[in-house]
Design a protein around this ligand. Structure first.
Ligand SMILES: NC(=O)c1ccc[n+]([C@@H]2O[C@H](COP(=O)([O-])OP(=O)(O)OC[C@H]3O[C@@H](n4cnc5c(N)ncnc54)[C@H](O)[C@@H]3O)[C@@H](O)[C@H]2O)c1
Length: 349
């Protein structure tokens, strides 16, 4: 076999899981989350510049596999992501992901990266960024219902961006709460393990729901939620997969990423298609208000939108440039004569 060496154009920078972990540690997780949130905010503020579409979802009885594309005039990005709530019990992650950033001008990928860790980081950075606009002033206590893979990332982002220092944890599986308590105490949080969701939300300024269930669940009912709190609901993100009782939705001021996708996947799938919602990009641009008074119940009906992944890809591309945190991957066939792809194949025989 006489395989020629790949040319410069064949290589795409690839960020492995090991390198993503090194990158996060080199920056520090707090700085990573804050800097990433700044990229997300920057992209939300230029929302009209993006091609937008609800993600392309392939559903099965067990879960969903999704493609999440978006582009501006210079860059195209997509993420492959799955959601399989049953996975955890079988020793697999509920959510895994990888993504690509490409040049719009010639279609060549400029980055291929793991995005399982990056999705947890970008979801948390987005939640906390939104929390900065919507959480009550001086918020310091957060209830976290669902203590799985996303939980610690959410807590760290809310501390870095919103000043949350005290956590009240609840999960139907006490082992998940014990894991999260151990990890989060190790990060300097004041953590209380609770024996019910009702107990967890007592005295909380912010309530984060990050459970995984394939069906409509009722993690929070209206009587559990007071006035003036902010709910960060990230677990309801598929048709037929919600976390909040409808009565909470009719009382709350609801904020969303991209209504066309959230009406399919978010908590608001329970409401009429014309129920009023506020788009976060407009809040971030100062075009419409966020929280308007201390007694208002605000809800971020998070489903995760492609622009957040685009921002995360852009962020990682910038951070790994000129470092050893990426490796060149021989991804693109590059014949000497662009039309002689077959000749390149036969010469390698
Ligand atoms: N909005 C977004 O952008 C976004 C991004 C990533 C993940 N998610 C979603 O967030 C959720 C959590 O993801 P994960 O990776 O942490 O999953 P995970 O499986 O690791 O953890 C989920 C936890 O929820 C717990 N749980 C299930 N039902 C519960 C209930 N009724 N009350 C309390 N706890 C309950 C489980 O015991 C488990 O510990 C998933 O639904 C996922 O699809 C959303």
């Amino acid at each position: 076999m006489n395989t020629p060496q790949p040319s410069e154009l064949a290589y795409v920078p690839f960020v492995s899981v090991a390198n993503m972990m090194r990158l996060v540690h080199s920056l520090g997780v707090d700085r990573f989350l804050s800097d990433l949130a700044a990229y997300i905010e920057e992209d939300f503020k230029r929302w009209p510049e993006f091609d937008k579409t609800p993600r392309v979802a392939s559903h099965s009885l067990e879960g969903v596999i999704e493609l999440m594309p978006t582009a501006d005039a210079e860059l195209y990005g997509f993420k492959y992501v799955n959601g399989h709530p049953k996975n955890m019990k079988e020793g697999f992650q509920t959510v895994t992901a990888f993504g690509v950033l490409s040049s719009v001008s010639n279609g060549y990928p400029v980055l291929l990266t793991e995005m399982t860790l990056l999705t947890a980081l970008r979801t948390a950075a987005t939640s906390a960024l939104v929390g900065r606009y919507l959480a009550p002033k001086g918020a310091s206590v957060m209830a976290m219902i669902g203590n799985g893979a996303q939980c610690e990332f959410q807590a760290l982002a809310f501390r870095a961006l919103c000043g949350i220092t005290r956590l009240r944890l609840y999960d139907i599986d006490p082992a998940a709460t014990a894991k999260a308590k151990r990890n989060l105490e190790g990060q300097g949080f004041d953590v209380m393990a609770c024996s019910s969701a009702q107990e967890a939300v007592e005295g909380a300024d912010v309530i984060t729901t990050c459970t995984a269930d394939k069906q409509c669940a009722t993690i929070l009912t209206d009587n559990m939620v007071g006035r003036g709190q902010h709910i960060n609901a990230i677990g309801g993100d598929c048709p037929g997969k919600t976390e909040l009782h409808k009565d909470i939705l009719t009382r709350a001021q609801i904020f969303v990423e991209y209504p066309e996708q959230t009406r399919i996947e978010g908590e608001i799938q329970q409401l009429a298609a014309d129920h009023p919602v506020t788009e976060l990009w407009q809040v971030m641009r100062g075009e419409v208000p966020g929280r308007t008074d201390a007694n208002q119940l605000t809800l971020f009906d998070s489903v995760g939108f492609a622009i957040e992944d685009f921002s995360a890809l852009r962020f990682v591309r910038d951070k790994v440039a000129g470092t050893a945190f990426s490796e060149p991957l021989d991804l693109l066939a590059d014949p000497d004569d662009p039309r002689d792809l077959f000749g390149m194949l036969t010469r390698a025989g």
